[in-house]
Design a protein around this ligand. Structure first.
Ligand code: NDP
Length: 258
């Protein structure tokens, strides 16, 4: 068996992408659609999602947008019902929405701490809770089922001012390993991708000016990954034969040292 992918390896798949209004999520939604999947795009900014869906449908793809704040557990559960109604139950979940608000610990930016924990931990768990029944049902039917969580190299690196963000991503990486034990037995593939620096809107939300300058410098100094690099990676993981699970994948810009 070779891994040379067919032109539309995701034909018939139903994908959910969170954090789809920009950056890695948006690029991945476009790519999954181009490879044949129907796509439900989730984030808060409705206009951006609607414009993405318009692009996908004008390229003969099938997509729906569901504006949801994933920190709202009930709203995410409702979104899962909407996906099932519009496209059918999901068999590919790119659990990607996240925020990075780096700052020195002694600045006590506790609101930023909380926002990161609410989205990067609780939001990710809400998506798992809402869509896991879709994935296990798909696997029981004999279909390929994927849960792909976005972690970060920050999960394992010691990066100054990244403490809370890194903590949330360490949670995601280890959670992924642990639930893979249970879900792999049920033929649901579980993956974590750990990117290095990707040129997206992510640093724009940082409220600490020093940390913001640090991020801008890093972005300026090297050729970062592009969102399309991540999209290609997620598509590759999802398009592999059903018995192959890339469980953890680190992807770095070539010139990023750590
Ligand atoms: P972006 O800021 O471009 O994307 C973040 C996405 O999350 C947006 O679509 C945003 O949409 C969405 N989002 C934010 N808050 C919520 C919420 N409460 N509910 C639903 N959606 C929400 O950054 P990236 O594409 O870079 O980030 C994607 C993921 O990649 C994150 O998990 C990030 O931590 C991770 N990552 C990024 C790296 C990088 O260098 N860029 C490196 C490693 C990991 P909206 O505002 O419309 O809700």
């Amino acid at each position: 068996m070779t891994y040379l992918l067919t032109e539309r390896p995701l034909d018939g798949r139903v994908a959910v992408v969170t954090g789809a209004s920009s950056g890695m999520g948006e690029a991945t939604a476009r790519r999954l659609s181009a490879l044949g999947a129907s796509v439900a795009v989730i984030a808060r900014r409705e206009e951006k999602l609607a414009s993405l869906v318009a692009d996908i449908t004008s390229a003969d793809g099938k997509a729906v947008h569901i504006p949801v704040d994933v920190t709202d557990r009930i709203a995410v559960r409702t979104a899962a019902e909407q996906v099932a109604d519009a496209l059918g139950p999901a068999d590919l979940v790119f659990n990607n929405a996240g925020v990075q608000l780096i700052s020195a610990i002694d600045e006590l930016k506790v609101d930023d701490w909380q926002r990161q924990i609410d989205l990067n931990v609780t939001g990710v768990m809400n998506v798992i809770a809402a869509f896991l029944p879709h994935l296990t049902a798909a696997a029981e039917r004999g279909d390929t089922a994927d849960l792909i969580n976005t972690s970060s190299i920050a999960a394992t690196r010691i990066l100054e001012k990244f403490s809370i963000y890194s903590g949330t991503k360490a949670y995601i990486s280890h959670l992924t390993r642990l639930i893979r034990v249970e879900l792999g037995r049920k033929n649901v593939r579980v993956s974590a991708i750990e990117p290095g620096m990707v040129d997206t809107e992510l640093p724009d939300h940082v409220t600490d000016p020093d940390a913001s300058a640090l991020m801008a410098g890093l972005l300026h100094d090297i050729t970062c990954l592009r969102s399309t690099d991540i999209a290609e990676t997620v598509a590759f993981i999802a398009a592999l034969p059903r018995h192959v699970n890339i469980s953890e994948l680190t992807i770095l810009p070539t010139a990023q040292p750590v």
